[in-house]
Design a binder for this molecule. Structure first.
Ligand code: NAG
Ligand code: NAG
Ligand code: NAG
Length: 286
């Protein structure tokens, strides 16, 4: 009796584990027409730690630049620059969206190339311990100053996927809309109006989200070898950005924390300045 009950339980467990594998289906529109999405390839890389890290140094909070917004919660991070909006789990984040300019990078003096800068939109990178769902663009600046740039998405702690076949040029506007359909499934849309495509992913069985934070971030990310060298970049805007709660409430950027990257020695490498309820600008400092 005992042993058969146990084996049934184990089989159920194995079945549950087997069905819980993340899966996704891609579709692609080019110039407004549905095309074969098999032109795209999703190249898995090990998951990257895009979570918010606290800095070692502590700076005196200050208001940079325009400062004409009700947002003036300033926070510091060793890897994040941008806006982070927290909501209560009672009516959590249903979707997060925004346009941003793909990073246009140049070599930062005094740091060995290759250098990197990522920009992304995501859910749950700040406070949720179980998952982070995000999509964006990474620009790599090589030793000769040339740039290579690619779009990617990741549902941490699952793999990160570089999306081969989606062209992005530095400075292109990218629209990302991530809509959760449950705590473990989502519709992710990536649109680049200059290159005239929209890619949509229908994702299932993702790691469990908390849906308590929406984020619009420029990042000096960590890979398996530690934090990558951070490239210099032109001012980068996030516009028409916002979120919607699961219950359908519109959420703007007012009240979001504006996050700055602070190096170990206390210098600010990147700052985020509010502009209005749906936009802000990120500046690189050297
Ligand atoms: C984001 O995508 C969802 C699902 O496709 C859609 O219902 C919603 O209107 C989109 N949000 C915006 C701001 O376009
Ligand atoms: C950083 O990039 C900006 C925009 O391209 C440029 O104006 C600035 O001179 C660069 N800074 C350094 C130190 O190269
Ligand atoms: C910011 O936008 C949100 C969502 O649209 C709205 O509910 C809120 O009232 C706006 N805040 C201000 C100060 O306009």
């Amino acid at each position: 009796m005992w042993s058969s009950a146990r084996s049934v339980f184990l089989m159920a467990l194995v079945a549950a584990t087997a069905t819980a594998e993340l899966s996704f289906v891609a579709s692609l529109q080019q110039k407004g027409r549905e095309v074969d999405a098999s032109v795209l390839s999703f190249v898995p890389t090990t998951p990257l730690t895009h979570r918010k890290h606290t800095p070692h140094a502590q700076a005196t909070p200050s208001r940079h630049g325009r400062g004409a917004s009700v947002r003036d919660t300033i926070s510091y991070s060793s890897n994040w620059c941008g806006a982070s909006q927290h909501v209560s789990q009672a009516d959590g984040i249903g979707s997060v969206f925004g346009y941003f300019t793909a990073p246009d990078g140049t070599l930062r003096p005094g740091v060995p190339p290759p250098q990197f800068v990522s920009a992304w939109v995501g859910i749950d990178g700040a406070e949720c311990n179980t998952a982070l769902l995000q999509a964006g663009v990474t620009t790599i600046v090589n030793s000769n100053g040339g740039q290579s740039i690619s779009a990617w998405w990741e549902w941490y702690p699952d793999n990160s996927y570089t999306i081969d076949g989606l062209k992005v040029e530095p400075g292109d506007w990218m629209w990302i809309n991530i809509t959760t359909t449950s705590e473990s499934s989502a519709i992710l849309e990536v649109t680049n109006p200059q290159q005239e495509y929209t890619m949509t992913l229908d994702i299932s069985n993702g790691p469990k989200l908390c849906r308590v934070d929406a984020e619009w971030i420029v990042e000096d990310f960590y890979d398996a070898n530690g934090q990558v060298a951070f490239a210099n970049f032109s001012d980068l805007w996030f516009v028409q950005s916002g979120a919607q709660s699961i219950g359908g409430r519109s959420i703007g950027l007012d009240g979001a924390a504006m996050v700055h990257i602070q190096a170990d020695d206390g210098t600010i490498l990147c700052s985020a300045e509010p502009y209005d309820n749906a936009s802000f600008v990120i500046s690189s400092h050297s």
